[in-house]
Design a protein. Structure first.
Length: 614
């Protein structure tokens, strides 16, 4: 059982004096010179640990402070904020277990520096013990107001009961000139910002009060990822509740900004320590199988988007050139019927050159489309990107610390599926090795729902929100857009048919061929867009997802906590999404085959169309 000493700490939630008492201001310096911005000394604690202390002014340069501390250059940063003065002892023991078996190993493997409040209370004492048990594996730097802490060997401060003791297991301390809790906040965040310029940073929140909320807000504005220990009390639980219900965020603008803008990941206090370690290691930049999965998904996704744009440009230009060449031939014929543009004249040569140029351009485009196969690459890459995304979501659900399931080699399973998908892509596309690399953020923008970091383990509620509901929203939006688009195209084709009828009844009957060419072009465009078929598939997929959601909602709370039911939810959802993508792939391959056959026939007819001009 962990022993806890209840301390008074005002708003801080990070440290406090041993018992209630008024704040004792430092005596004014009188005629003495102002202290230097940074002064250092060595501390020796009763347990034999030595630490380096830097006493600094509030406006000291954080780079100079770090240089004065002499800490080794870290590869990552863990910023630990919050408190534990109102945490139940049993919960405190659980926090200590997460720290010693999860946070400390993650910090060690990632070469991290840990920043916290530095006092011998609450979570600072817990992380200090964890670091000591690991053999002081990484730097542990505490930041506190000078006027509120007692340093070892300083008899004046040690006899002041209003001061909090420094934790004896820290390796470094930064004491900021000030007499109130919160005077150190600015320096703490500026030190973190200075380190975060070169290394990844993760903020871990346990419990916490009002000052912690201010620190958290500033972390959000720096766009740092935040791991909240759900169930540790006060601010941590307030954030968790507001994240799920939005009941508190509307009345608290600070909380609303934290939830709306923050990269927040909730981790349950009762979650497995090894899952907590993996979560931190992912955020601290360690390359894991999940990172590699998102990297490959991003590569397929961006290359698929590039090939899609190329394919659509080719198809658009082929249709435009086909209509333009028809219009040019009709114009030549019309001019000849009016006695204009006689053979040998400049206008006749110009029209002939335009028609030949259009025919040649169309032939080149058809050949390029057939040679580079942008459409086939787009389809295969998109299908593989979606397949990888499905496997990533399955893995994240299997790693959920909220669901008790038998241990398994889930990471190895994901790696095997990634390997199989890459081999499948190589078989489908011989130019697979020529994919352009992706260097952007992970997960790639647009591949996950808003508020999803792409790496955190998923609870059933979060899976429904971030996967099932997000797909439902996508399908409903696409259904509305495709329906409007399809209706507009049908009206356009109908109107062009009416115009052709009018032209046929007048002296401009020759131009009926142009309206016919426009109708054929639009029909071809609608054909490879698959608007009607996609509408049907999207509607079916949306209905199936709603049925799965209804089935899950009808389960009891006990059944929803059963990992087997959770697996059924995931399997059914991913199967529905897979069927929708598979149907789209099959339809698109048939469309491409028909388009290629038609283009070849049209290319053979081009000389016949232009022969009357010679």
């Amino acid at each position: 059982m962990v022993r806890w000493r209840v301390v008074h700490q005002g708003d801080s939630g990070r440290a406090g004096p041993p018992r209630p008492g008024p704040e004792v201001p430092l005596p004014p310096p009188g005629g003495l010179l102002a202290p230097p911005p940074v002064s250092t000394r060595e501390l020796l604690f009763a347990n034999g640990n030595s630490a380096r202390q830097a006493t600094v002014s509030p406006d000291a340069d954080p780079t100079e402070v770090l240089r004065a501390l002499g800490t080794p250059r870290p590869h990552s940063l863990l910023l630990l904020i919050g408190g534990a003065d109102e945490l139940d002892p049993a919960l405190g023991a659980r926090v200590e277990q997460l720290f010693s078996r999860g946070l400390v190993p993650a910090a060690t493997e990632s070469g991290a520096l840990i920043l916290d409040g530095g006092t011998r209370t609450g979570i600072m004492s817990l992380i200090g013990r964890g670091i000591a048990e690991s053999g002081h594996c990484c730097p542990l730097v505490g930041v506190a107001p000078e006027g509120r802490v007692a340093s070892p060997g300083d008899s004046a401060t040690e006899q002041d009961d209003s001061r909090a003791e420094l934790d004896p297991n820290h390796s470094h301390f930064v004491l900021v000139h000030g007499n109130a809790w919160g005077d150190e906040t600015d320096m703490l965040l500026r030190l973190a910002s200075a380190l975060a310029r070169e290394v990844p940073v993760v903020v871990v929140l346990v419990n916490g009060g009002n000052i912690t909320k201010e620190e958290l807000l500033r972390a959000v504005r720096h766009h740092w990822p935040i791991v909240v220990i759900q169930g540790s009390g006060r601010l941590a639980d307030e954030l968790s509740t507001a994240r799920h219900t939005h009941s508190l965020a509307g009345t608290d603008p600070v909380l609303a900004e934290i939830i709306g803008e923050g990269r927040i990941v909730l981790f349950p206090l009762e979650g497995a320590a090894h899952a907590f370690e993996r979560l931190l290691r992912r955020h601290l930049g360690e390359e894991t199988v999940l990172t590699l999965g998102w990297q490959r998904c991003a590569s397929y996704d961006t290359n698929a988007a590039r090939e899609q744009r190329t394919f659509r440009r080719h198809q658009c230009w082929v249709l435009v050139l086909g209509v333009a060449s028809t219009a040019a031939v009709l114009l030549k014929t019309q001019l000849a019927s009016l006695g204009l543009g006689a053979p040998g004249t400049f206008s006749a040569h110009l029209l002939q050159a335009i028609i030949l140029g259009l025919a040649a351009s169309m032939t080149v485009l058809v050949a390029a489309t057939s040679r580079f196969k942008a459409g086939s690459k787009w389809i295969n890459l998109r299908a593989n990107a979606e397949a990888i995304k499905r496997e990533i979501y399955r893995y994240r659900c299997q790693e959920s610390p909220h669901v008790a399931r038998p241990p398994g080699p889930y990471a190895q399973e994901l790696a095997g599926k990634l390997r199989a998908l890459s081999h499948q892509q190589l078989r489908n596309d011989p130019h697979f090795a020529a994919l352009r690399s992706y260097t952007g953020p992970l997960p790639p923008p647009g591949c996950v729902a808003p508020g999803d970091d792409g790496f955190s383990p998923l609870t059933p509620a979060r899976y429904i929100q971030l996967r099932l509901d997000d797909q439902l929203t996508y399908y409903h939006c696409r259904i509305d857009k495709l329906d409007r688009h399809w209706v507009a195209m049908q009206w356009t084709v109908t109107i062009l048919g009416g115009i052709g009828t009018i032209l046929a009844a007048t002296q401009f009957a020759l131009w009926v061929a142009l309206t016919t060419a426009l109708v054929m072009a639009l029909t071809t465009y609608v054909g490879y867009q698959q608007s009607e078929a996609r509408l049907t598939k999207y509607q079916q997929a949306a209905t199936d997802l709603e049925n799965v959601k209804a089935w899950w909602s009808a389960l009891s709370k006990e059944e929803q906590r059963d990992y087997r039911k959770f697996d059924i939810l995931v399997d059914d959802t991913e199967f529905i999404l897979q069927n929708e993508v598979s149907g789209w792939v099959q339809d698109m391959k048939e469309i491409l085959l028909r388009l290629e056959t038609r283009r070849e026939r049209e290319a053979e007819k081009v000389p016949t169309r232009t022969s009357p001009l010679h």
